[in-house]
Design a protein around this ligand. Sequence first.
Ligand SMILES: Cc1ncc(COP(=O)(O)O)c(C=O)c1O
Length: 407
Amino acid sequence: MTFDIDFVRAQFPAFETPALAGQAFFENAGGSYTCRQVVDRLTRFYTERKVQPYAPYEASRLAGAEMDEARRRLAAMLGVETDELSFGPSTTANTYVLAQAFAGMLGDGDAIVVTDQDHEANSGPWRRLADRGIEVREWQVNRETGSLETAALEALLDDRVRLVCFPHCSNVLGEINDVAAICRIAHAAGAVACVDGVSYVPHGLPDVGALGADIYLFSAYKTYGPHQGIMTIRRELGERLPNQAHHFNGDTLYKRFTPAGPDHAQVAACAGIADYVDALHHHHGGGEAPPRARAAAVSKLMRAQEIALLQPILDDLKDRNAVRLLGPADAARRAPTVALALEVAGEEMAARLAPHNVMAGGGDFYAQRPLAAVGVDPAHGVLRLSFVHYTSAAEVERAMSALDQLL
Ligand SMILES: Cc1ncc(COP(=O)(O)O)c(C=O)c1O
């Protein structure tokens, strides 16, 4: 069955509300619209289950069961064990806690690798380990293309390197990195790999188990869900890293790196992301299949739709004199997160698009290091037009013709 955009958009209340009517949304990489399944679960939790979970009375039992369901179903879709998946307030908070854990495990003589392609969330907390005597090595992008090349990583690795942190996809350059290959290189050198999947997962739930990422992070609020950070940690590593939670929670793998009490309602509502994936699978003719296979089939559908809309945009933008397109011009190699360096500052161009009913963002998107690395002044910033599978061809047409007029 071909991708049914009407069905897809019907799953998002934002497309039906008068408050947003006529607005074309192009800041999805900042935070996506929320699917109906998540909104419904959140509403049900707040109205029917807003009690302390995991107690013996019925409302509480249901609250706890829904929180467990979210972990179980998302873990199965990502190809990891249920207790290898945990929730935190955001990806930034999750990497902060993980960095504290690594600080407790590593010491003098140890080294880690970070990139200059990452959003600050998977960079700054790790770089601060230098204050604890850990050597921090920077895997730098190619200054011309913005790509992370594996030869440059290999040149940084030796038996002192214990951890390699890198993005699945940059939030300004858009390029999709070969996570499996990079994890293999890190593992061969005796290091573990921490992958920021925030800019990738809205475009398809990956098989984290098969990719080989020891830690994989993403943000539910950019993946059609509530404002939560989700991370997977491979059991062996999670058990080895020092516990960051209350001492009595240290024996439970999924609690070890969540020092904050969980946001019960939002954790429970994350099961709605799995509902949404299942609804797309079912509607597009998917039969009986295990969760990971359903997620893979839906990811393929989403990507095909995005690539079909993205390639003409890239073809249009790549040769314009007034525009510098960041990242690859081949849609298959990147996410539809399109950052443009223009004569006008990024924020100013976003403001000029607003009267055309195009909701876009401008600035540095907390990606100051990658922007500077490819020669864009972060203070000047970029215009970012980011979309996902639910974006329609008409919305793309609106954004491109508005941009055309303004240029
Ligand atoms: C690639 C990437 N990583 C990490 C983050 C931080 O995520 P959070 O807001 O959940 O801390 C963002 C947010 O924009 C991002 O785009």
